[in-house]
Unconditional design. Structure first.
Length: 152
């Protein structure tokens, strides 16, 4: 669940901070953080991740403790993840899921080295689409049609 940065020694989440862990709230408080494991999984093909998933944390106190272990306060969790924090107040059932990276699978099947080579409209490293000239400006008529006002 956690890893230490080699240079700074700072503890942080190794992957998904919202995954369930292999310990109870009382256990995690006394464990070495590097002995805490999460319920996460990946499926790889030829060294590429093509599926990723996890069993999600459904215990608010345990979730807050995991964030505390990496130096984040309960208040910060409330501020940054307010909607989720509020939902957890009503109880959350155990849940999980996964998602396929179909684009990565196609890249492998096509023998491409770069995932951008399989997209019809690939984005640059700055999320720009050179074919569609995006992002671009929006004219006043379009903004009016969509009932959008820009504030400066």
């Amino acid at each position: 669940m956690f890893e230490k940065d080699d240079k700074t020694g700072k503890l942080d989440f190794a992957h998904n901070p919202f995954s369930s862990v292999n310990a109870s709230l009382n256990e995690i408080k006394t464990m070495d953080p590097l002995d805490v494991y999460s319920f996460q999984y990946d499926l790889t093909l030829n060294g590429y991740e093509i599926l990723s998933g996890s069993i999600r944390n459904h215990d608010l106190e345990l979730l807050t403790e995991a964030f505390r272990m990496v130096g984040r306060s309960a208040e910060e969790v409330k501020t940054k993840f307010g909607g989720m924090y509020e939902a957890f107040q009503y109880g959350v059932p155990p849940h999980g899921g996964f998602a396929f990276g179909v684009d990565r699978l196609i890249m492998i099947l096509m023998g491409e080295d770069n995932i951008r080579d399989i997209y019809a409209f690939p984005k640059s490293g700055k999320a720009q689409d050179m074919v569609m000239n995006a992002p671009s400006g929006v004219d006043e008529d379009s903004l009016k049609e969509l009932h959008i006002r820009l504030r400066t």
